[in-house]
Design a binder for this molecule. Structure first.
Ligand SMILES: Cc1ncc(COP(=O)(O)O)c(C=O)c1O
Length: 374
């Protein structure tokens, strides 16, 4: 009698939560017992801890990562008439944030080895209306801050970091949040630091920008009075229950990121030479939000079917490049050849802190045993 293979999940939130379950239960009970659900000390404590973790001065908790990015742009006065450069290879939220603040998106292609934007691809997209670049530290690896920083200075445009997939990642020891104007983080549950629902944060060293964003995210409230509103704001706050959960998980984040790095090392050791894990630069301490590989052209569907058969979770990040998504469809003259070629070859393998070497070996065996990769 053949036994069905043990499933290897794409990510395992239940196992993450089991690591911290008693602390989570206590924190939720405390919130319910005290009634402190919006704002207050729990939010401030988490904001302080996360700012310190990201080596930045200030953190403002907000409702989600997309709002964090939009609030940074709007808080910096970027809006109608401005263009913001974003990578064509990103999650659609990066583009949404630009359009929602009234600016226009300009796409930049990416480096074929890392699939991240570079100084050259940014320079190729600059126009006289460019106000900023939103550099996305995709898949858990930061962009080359030296190269991107030099381009940004040369063109005199602002650098905003989309760090939704890069909690704890660094470039030459520098974490997201201090290289440019500000960084936006998502705490969507599947992120390296995930809430038990939606959440996000802005991290910055600029106190004036921070004050504007804090006000904008809380109905434009004056810092002096709950009943005076200085700005046209909105409601995008990190709630206290999520802040408590995040503070507990933040304590584990270094261990969890280390475990992801071990998993990435096992993949490099065991995967067949016919697939290519994305390059991690020497200056980069990556946190491996996703385990992305490139497979030979035309083989992804078959490989995906073999992974399904073996009960191995997988995904594609992202199958349709941002500049080809319906709301952002650029004209036929906009071509992003590296992003477009990668979109048909990338495949994300299971990646989470509870992956074992045995799991990775089994995933690698599914790939090595496939005729397309032999
Ligand atoms: C690169 C990137 N930017 C922005 C976001 C938006 O974050 P959120 O889903 O919290 O709005 C995400 C995550 O979903 C993301 O992966």
């Amino acid at each position: 009698m053949s036994t069905s293979p043990k499933p290897i999940p794409f990510l395992d939130l239940v196992a993450d939560h089991a690591d911290v379950r008693p602390e989570l239960d206590a924190a939720w009970s405390q919130a319910v017992d005290t009634g402190g659900l919006i704002g207050g000390q729990a939010v401030t404590d988490f904001e302080d801890a996360f700012a310190a973790y990201q080596q930045s001065d200030i953190c403002i908790g907000v409702g989600n990562g997309t709002d964090a990015l939009e609030l940074i742009l709007a808080g910096a006065g970027i809006g109608p008439g401005d263009e913001v450069i974003i990578p064509a290879n990103t999650f659609i939220a990066t583009a949404e944030a630009v359009v929602r603040c009234g600016a226009e998106v300009t796409f930049a292609d990416v480096d074929p080895e890392t699939l991240l934007v570079t100084g050259d691809t940014i320079s190729a997209a600059v126009t006289p209306r460019t106000a900023a670049v939103m550099a996305v530290h995709l898949y858990g690896q930061m962009v080359d801050l030296d190269d991107v920083g030099a381009a940004v200075s040369r063109h005199q445009i602002a650098l905003v970091e989309d760090a939704a997939q890069a909690h704890g990642a660094s470039w030459n020891g520098v974490r997201a949040g201090s290289a440019g104007l500000a960084a936006g983080f998502s705490f969507y549950p599947g992120k390296n630091l995930g809430a038990l629902g939606d959440g996000g944060a802005v991290v910055t060293n600029d106190p004036a920008l921070a004050e504007t964003i804090r006000s904008m995210s809380n109905h434009g409230r004056s810092s002096h009075s709950k009943y005076h509103h200085d700005l046209l704001g909105r409601n995008s706050r990190l709630d206290a229950l999520q802040a408590r959960a995040l503070a507990i998980k933040l304590e584990r984040l270094d261990d969890w990121n280390d475990a992801r790095r071990s998993a990435a090392g096992w993949y490099r050791k065991h995967l067949p030479a016919t697939v290519r894990p994305l390059t991690i630069r020497d200056q980069s301490l990556a946190v491996h939000h996703l385990g992305v590989i490139e497979v030979p052209e035309g083989t992804r569907d078959e490989i995906g079917a073999a992974l399904d058969e073996a009960k191995v979770g997988w995904g594609i990040h992202y199958p349709v490049p941002c500049h080809q998504q319906v709301p952002f469809q650029a004209g036929p003259d906009v071509s992003m050849p590296v992003t477009e070629a990668a979109a048909s070859r990338i495949l994300s393998l299971p990646m989470h802190p509870h992956l074992t070497e045995e799991d990775v070996v089994r995933v690698a065996e599914v790939l090595s045993g496939h005729s397309a990769l032999a």
